[in-house]
Design a protein around this ligand. Structure first.
Ligand SMILES: Cc1cc2nc3c(=O)[nH]c(=O)nc-3n(C[C@H](O)[C@H](O)[C@H](O)COP(=O)(O)OP(=O)(O)OC[C@H]3O[C@@H](n4cnc5c(N)ncnc54)[C@H](O)[C@@H]3O)c2cc1C
Ligand SMILES: *[C@@H]1O[C@H](CO)[C@@H](O)[C@H](O)[C@H]1NC(C)=O
Ligand SMILES: *[C@@H]1O[C@H](CO)[C@@H](O)[C@H](O)[C@H]1NC(C)=O
Ligand SMILES: *[C@@H]1O[C@H](CO)[C@@H](O)[C@H](O)[C@H]1NC(C)=O
Ligand SMILES: *[C@@H]1O[C@H](CO)[C@@H](O)[C@H](O)[C@H]1NC(C)=O
Ligand SMILES: *[C@@H]1O[C@H](CO)[C@@H](O)[C@H](O)[C@H]1NC(C)=O
Ligand SMILES: *[C@@H]1O[C@H](CO)[C@@H](O)[C@H](O)[C@H]1NC(C)=O
Length: 512
């Protein structure tokens, strides 16, 4: 394991050097260096002393270019690192005025290929790290550069949890703008459901507050389709006391393929089409590993898990505090999931129940492909099921997140070596897998979680088929981002919505 990991890193180091050398070649970088010199001269004096502006000739460049998904990376001419939230407003005012394109980068986990169309200035917010709990202990203010694990760990120290992502390495703002799935959602809802207020810089550089009372129309859009409308400099999230459960119980199972039908049948019974026991925090299914963790003590949890114990798998269990339990899940900071600079071929679908016929077809396809190419050994098909209650209890008309009746979040993720000639084959396999998921629920239209989208899905599957949702987003675009400056992350259209729409009345109020 270790030598293999070292070998991969070593190859990446070489690649990065080649990139740096190419970038330093005057024929390639003349333009970029000119642009950076202009930014340093004109924008630099407007910003705080702790801000930075640099280009490809700087030693920081390589780390500012690091990203999780190298399939279709955005192109950058220069990097601005704001030192304060106000620097973001000044930077956007300047860049907008000079007609430079800009893209915010925090943890650089964007999966979608649509960001690959970007060529311009990176606004790198990673140095905005403030995490402050409010005096009344009800909310936490998080700046744009914070990420999941550091926030979870800090809140835990103070006896609180919030709706951070399951995966330790993803940002806070990026996920929350599209919903934000995580272990606490069955109890408290999505990350976006816990946003109390946001500080936002609009496309023209104007800084505004966005919440239920101020710019309420934008508050709707920022929670589900937020990547389309502005830059969040900080946000306030609700926090929840965590002292009732000092340790959490995790149990992982490995089953052989002959158990597939019995297992998914049992999982359907267990999750009951969106009625997963609230205290079963999450259940991740892959074709080899079925882990589960619960709020309950080991003894209580074991009662819930009894049907799985009878299926004769190999199991392992861990009891640990909340910030550490994710390590057992394989989504901690040191997990291979968090490794950057790889090419990922992905697809995703939202489901309600497992269709056992489709699960078997997908498994057989998985096995066939693995037998053909050893390189496919790094492919993972994940099916995440969280507690549903906290998400379903929210009023679906109050925010742009459209998929409250998706209870299973699936993702296909094949990891290829850069330059691999298997991209086309893998793309087909990813598509076939998505089609199997969707064919397994013929009574539903396909849905896609915006933050898991690969960039080829229909906009209606991402943002919702309801005509009223589409109209609302188009109106917000016209009002807040008329020149489509935020048009790179699974962008909504600016005028007409293409494809399917379901007519009908406006938002239905009430609990889901
Ligand atoms: C390994 C991995 C694990 C993941 N785990 C989860 C998970 O557990 N739950 C979940 O819900 N999702 C998860 N995701 C998906 C995740 O929500 C998206 O990838 C998200 O966009 C990541 O945000 P980021 O800051 O990490 O990445 P970035 O690439 O830095 O940001 C993504 C995009 O968000 C926008 N953006 C970022 N910051 C701001 C800002 N301050 N203001 C306005 N726009 C901004 C930009 O358009 C940017 O292109 C995961 C993704 C990966 C790759
Ligand atoms: C908030 O929590 C801190 C401990 O973390 C405590 O000292 C303080 O009294 C609490 N404040 C309120 C208003 O509950
Ligand atoms: C699951 O529940 C939804 C309502 O949320 C219902 O429309 C659907 O038919 C149910 N599916 C199954 C397979 O029971
Ligand atoms: C979590 O489990 C404990 C122990 O079983 C219980 O006392 C507590 O109420 C549960 N918490 C929630 C939020 O359900
Ligand atoms: C949990 O794991 C330990 C070993 O780490 C084992 O002794 C114990 O039996 C396991 N408990 C259950 C309920 O599986
Ligand atoms: C399950 O999937 C199969 C294969 O796609 C499909 O023919 C069947 O209609 C699905 N069953 C249900 C209940 O949706
Ligand atoms: C910036 O855009 C917003 C929304 O379109 C608008 O209300 C505001 O007046 C604009 N500010 C400036 C300085 O143009």
């Amino acid at each position: 394991m270790a030598p293999f990991t070292c070998l991969i890193s070593y190859i990446l180091v070489i690649l990065r050097l080649i990139v740096a050398v190419t970038a330093a070649n005057p024929h390639h970088s003349r333009n970029a260096l000119d642009i950076v010199a202009q930014l340093q001269k004109e924008l630099g004096p407007l910003l705080s002393g702790s801000s930075r502006i640099f280009g490809p000739d700087n030693s920081q460049w390589a780390s500012a270019m690091d990203r999780w998904q190298e399939l279709a990376p955005p192109q950058f001419q220069g990097v601005v690192q704001p030192g304060t939230e106000d620097d973001i407003a000044k930077t956007v005012q300047y860049l907008d005025g000079k007609s430079f394109d800009f893209l915010v980068v925090n943890q650089a986990h964007a999966i979608t290929s649509t960001v690959g169309k970007f060529n311009g200035i990176q606004i790198d917010v990673k140095s905005l790290k403030d995490v402050s709990i409010s005096a009344d202990n009800r909310t936490v203010k998080l700046q744009a550069g914070t990420y999941s694990y550091e926030v979870t760990a800090k809140l835990w120290e103070h006896g609180y949890i919030t709706t951070t992502t399951t995966c330790a390495c993803a940002g806070i703002v990026g996920p929350a703008l599209g919903g934000g799935f995580g272990l606490a959602q069955g109890l408290y809802g999505l990350s976006s459901d816990n946003v109390v207020s946001m500080n936002v810089v609009l496309a023209n550089g104007t800084a505004i507050t966005v919440n239920e009372n101020i710019n309420a129309d934008l508050f709707y859009g920022m929670r589900g389709a937020g990547h389309n409308f502005g830059i969040v400099t900080s946000l306030e999230l609700a926090i929840h006391p965590a002292d009732w459960m000092p340790t959490w119980y995790y149990k992982g199972y490995v089953f052989t393929a002959d158990h597939l039908e019995a297992l998914f049948d049992e999982l359907n019974r267990f999750h009951g089409n969106g009625s997963t026991p609230k205290l079963m925090i999450a259940n991740f299914n892959g074709y080899m590993i079925i882990p589960a963790i619960s709020n309950k003590t080991a003894t209580d949890a074991e009662k819930l898990l009894a049907p799985f114990n009878q299926l004769n798998g190999i199991s392992q269990n861990v009891t640990a505090p909340y910030p550490q339990i994710i390590e057992a899940f394989g989504v901690g900071m040191e997990s291979s999931l968090c490794e950057k600079d790889k090419v990922h071929i992905t697809s995703a679908a939202g489901l309600q129940v497992f269709n056992i016929t489709a699960q078997r077809q997908m498994y057989d396809l998985f096995n066939q492909n693995l037998a053909l190419h050893p390189e496919f050994g790094n492919t993972v098909i994940r099916m995440e099921v969280y507690g549903a209650e906290g998400v379903r209890n929210q009023d679906p008309g109050k925010s742009a997140y459209p998929h409250r009746d998706d209870y299973i979040l699936t993702a296909f993720d094949a990891l290829l070596n850069p330059g691999s000639d298997l991209q086309g084959v893998t793309r087909n396999w990813a598509e076939q897998t998505r089609q199997l998921w969707n064919a397994g629920q013929p009574q539903r239209l396909p849905t896609t979680y915006v933050n898991y989208a690969s960039g080829s899905e229909s906009l209606s599957s991402i943002y919702g088929y309801e005509a009223w949702r589409q109209e609302k987003l188009l109106d917000l675009k016209k009002k807040y981002d008329p020149y489509n400056r935020f048009g790179y992350y699974n962008p909504i259209p600016t005028t007409n919505w293409p494809g399917n729409r379901i007519p009908g009345p406006g938002p239905v109020s009430g609990s889901g």
